[in-house]
Write a new protein. Structure first.
Length: 95
């Protein structure tokens, strides 16, 4: 199984912190996602703003990763970033 990103040491679709036993929690977003989904790499969310808001309200806060894809017609209007939530993009949806 290939890594989704350089910081995914466990190959589980989550970016890992400096502690090898602790994963940094993330929400994944993809144009073909579902906002009722868990938000992991296998079942990503669709709405970027909903993922950011949920990441902000999570304890501990989560980061949001966007799958590299065409978001035309999906990302409309403005997106409000929230304190403590980082946004990353350009990741492969294929593990």
């Amino acid at each position: 199984m290939g890594n989704v990103c350089d910081s995914d040491q466990n190959g589980n679709g989550l970016a890992d912190t400096n502690d090898p036993d602790t994963d940094q929690l993330t929400y994944w977003v993809a144009p073909d996602g579902d906002d009722g989904a868990a938000g992991n790499i296998e079942t990503p969310r669709r709405s970027l703003q909903d993922a950011i808001d949920d990441a902000f309200n999570a304890n501990p806060r989560r980061n949001v990763y966007l799958v590299d894809s065409d978001y035309s017609g999906i990302l409309t209007g403005t997106v409000e970033l929230r304190e403590g939530v980082s946004l990353y993009g350009g990741f492969s949806e294929t593990l």
